[in-house]
Design a protein around this ligand. Sequence first.
Ligand SMILES: Cc1cc2nc3c(=O)[nH]c(=O)nc-3n(C[C@H](O)[C@H](O)[C@H](O)COP(=O)(O)OP(=O)(O)OC[C@H]3O[C@@H](n4cnc5c(N)ncnc54)[C@H](O)[C@@H]3O)c2cc1C
Length: 405
Amino acid sequence: MARRIVVVGGGVIGCSVAWHLACRGAGEIVLVERDRLGAGTTWHSAGNILWNPIDMHDLPILYMLDEVIPKVTAESEQETGWLETGRLFLAHTQRTLESFTAQAEEGARRGFVSRMLESHEIPRHHPLLDPGVLTGAWLNGKVGRLNPADLTAAYARAARKRGVTILEQRNVLGIETRGERVTGVATDQGSLAADTVVVCCGLWSRRLLEPLGLALGQWGCEHFYVIARTAQRLPRETPSFVSADDLIYGREEVGGMLFGAFDEDAVPLEGGVPPNDFAFSLLPDNWEKFGPYAERAAELFPSLKEAPIQRFVNGPETFTPDGKPLMGPVAGIDGLLVASAFNSGGVSYSGLAGAMIADMVGGSAPRFDPAAYDPGRFGARTSDQAWMRQRISGTPSSHYREVNG
Ligand SMILES: Cc1cc2nc3c(=O)[nH]c(=O)nc-3n(C[C@H](O)[C@H](O)[C@H](O)COP(=O)(O)OP(=O)(O)OC[C@H]3O[C@@H](n4cnc5c(N)ncnc54)[C@H](O)[C@@H]3O)c2cc1C
């Protein structure tokens, strides 16, 4: 009999994992989602996919851009909305400028569109940006965006075509084990037997594993962006931007501007997890936190001072103490794996997650080195909620400090 694999959670990660497992012919695959596909964090993601030549995720992102997106689009016959816009990396300090110059040279050396812009060139790439407040800007061409809900639908459609069963509106209540082996999942509509269970529940992965005595090293935090209606309409192809010195990023959205922050002192969720019925939902607007970032954005883009805000999107998203996701087997329970906590990069790293889990379950040589993602790497400290809250609060901004080199 074919091996039965149950994937729990139908966000962008679970759908990519299911499709990658099916591409590998890993067994009979069932994906279980308690609401509708994409209902968790995926539906409101900004959908940016970032490539950076010195990032440890450099190769996984190239895999996503050059292999996963074209293949899943062709197989599913579902467009993802992928648009290569390039990105402007904005520097305010000499140190940041030097770091960007080195990265620009590395990108160019590897044959990508990647160069430092002269000040007079900047308005041609972004008409709303004031070059006078910058020390320089790096144009990185290998960057773009897509629609996360469409990418999730494409993974799911391609997975179904390869025989994956997708069960929506079915809640997984617990993981079933015998001795030290996983045997299936208990759902609100009966048990599903399985040889392998992959937990891809995003914000809720920690809660699902708690009854097994496990405290996954992840915690939910507020994470936000806004959409402003600018007086001047931006072309869709306008490069996105990041100003890591200001902890802000943004891009064009329906002719206006979407811009968000990687908060310095991010607000952890009470208990680390939203309620179970938090589907296609958002947290309340948090202008107290976002206000200072909006002011920094308006210094870069002066017309934002007058631009009405159409929408405030306040996450939540799941972060880990070191900013890297949790991917791999759960120690002590054979057949149980997780792919969770993507630190505001789950859309971009969905290809990496799918490939890594499929390699592990399929028993093939790992395409990407799993060492940095071991779910057990933080040890017993993850049971200490005060430690988790304090560490996670600093994770989002540390991400941008790395961007600056
Ligand atoms: C404001 C914001 C902007 C972002 N921008 C970007 C970006 O530009 N680029 C990028 O790459 N990433 C971005 N992200 C991050 C990205 O959206 C997430 O990392 C990604 O969506 C996580 O996907 P997931 O599948 O792990 O989780 P989710 O999408 O939350 O999916 C988990 C699923 O599991 C289901 N589930 C949970 N518990 C159970 C259960 N017991 N039984 C059955 N089903 C269950 C849930 O209903 C949910 O559908 C952003 C996030 C936020 C908040």
